[in-house]
Ligand binder design. Sequence first.
Ligand code: SAH
Length: 373
Amino acid sequence: MSTASQPGTPTPGQLTFVAPRRAKPARHLADLTMAERRAAVAELGEKPFRADQLSRHYFERLTADPSLMTDLPAAARDRFAALFPTLLTPVRELTTDGGTTRKTLWRLFDGALVESVLMRYPDRATMCVSSQAGCGMNCPFCATGQAGLTRNMSTAEIVEQVVAGARTLAAGEVPGGPGRVSNVVFMGMGEPLANYRAVVGAVRRLVEPAPGGLGISARGVTVSTVGLVPAIGKLADEGLPVTLALSLHAPDDELRDTLVPINTRWKVGEVLDAAWDYAARTKRRVSIEYALIKDVNDQEWRADLLGKLVRNKLVHVNLIPLNPTPGSKWTASRPEDERAFVRRLQFHGVPVTVRDTRGREIDGACGQLAAAE
Ligand code: SAH
């Protein structure tokens, strides 16, 4: 197996939009629409309706091993193996919270490494997935951004992370009894909107009812972005009412230029306009993500400015106590500053919560995914 070479560490503020050209992962059933699956099955010399059977095995029974698909003719099973190449190989699994938070490190076919995190709560189970190996957006407080972009992931590589979580839950391996994935958040490694086509393909597979897809409610799917404004507009056109999360982290351009370097392209005002437009067209409440960094972005005047920018909008502000990352001088805000920040937002009538960040002990929390062996 070849190993994906690591990209160089980006210089501060450097943005990488185009992933390096590399060999592509093999085509997998989950890359294909139902119509494309029928065509692929026909190419293999089989009747198109077999595509429905294969889809049921994969998306309903979570089986990718044709030898177990005993309702298919034995000779055809071998041929169908071509539609289920191994895309993800587990390297390591770390668990915490009594087994209800599980981070998996995966090796892709070319040696690139990514991570996904499964979090089970009393009322839901959320899969946090990666959409790129590495990330080109270079946010200085995020471990993934510091390592640069290795490559885009394929639709099936993204879907397989969710299917893996679904298998773990279905098998009853997570405390709480057998369960299902109810939510998927594109908050793992990568900038989803910089890998637009593959991500939208993955969202379609997630929300399409069986046998075409996993049948997860679009309301349970969240795409998180640094704010690629044209792509936010395109996403609103897809007719997929997924939740948009915008990683804002500062209400003023001066600070946001340094915390979220994409801000040098699209300013706070532009990205918020794109978010309000998304909310108006999808009727979905936009989530504003704001990592509270001690003495950097947690001043009351910034809470006040944020409150003024987002009040009276279809919005929810999610404050995230900064998670530590290697080599970073920054830490989470003091509890009293966090409380004051919350109160200022509430004063403006803005719905706000402080995220209970799971998985810090296993470097599985927001911004900590770095995928090293
Ligand atoms: N690139 C996308 C998807 C990653 S989501 C995006 O930025 O939105 C990961 C979320 O965790 C983002 O909101 C990100 O800004 C936030 N985050 C990154 N590093 C963090 C850290 N060290 N502590 C807390 N949150 C962090």
